[in-house]
Design a protein around this ligand. Structure first.
Ligand SMILES: [Zn+2]
Length: 110
């Protein structure tokens, strides 16, 4: 179970390293928007990463580190704000998410 979650986070780390520089370049060139949307999961993940980068630029690796720590502590998958379980699909898209979707929406609204 824990190893499974750790593998999931590790995959996210690799995905982030893989797409980070490329997606940042794409951001500066609107014309490349025409790339076929390979899969919507990736698009969603990138959008969440963009949000995160806006909020605390460059702290993605810290967030992923935090996810690994939470796996060790057994609190992985629990919302840091309300303490409820984070939606499974959300965790698959964003394994390092610290809040459930409701709390995240509240945070984004301000
Ligand atoms: Zn919550």
């Amino acid at each position: 179970m824990l190893l499974d979650e750790r593998g999931r986070v590790s995959a996210a780390i690799e995905h982030f390293h893989d797409s980070n520089s490329r997606s940042l370049e794409d951001e500066t060139e609107e014309e490349t928007y025409d790339n076929h949307l390979a899969d919507s999961a990736t698009a969603t993940l990138n959008r969440e990463i963009d949000y995160s980068l806006e909020e605390n630029s460059g702290h993605m690796l810290t967030a992923i580190d935090g996810a690994l720590t939470r796996i060790d502590q057994g609190t992985f998958g629990t919302c840091a704000r309300c303490g409820k379980a984070i939606n499974e699909e959300r965790l698959e898209a964003i394994p390092y998410a610290t809040r459930c979707i409701d709390c995240q929406r509240l945070a984004e609204r301000g």
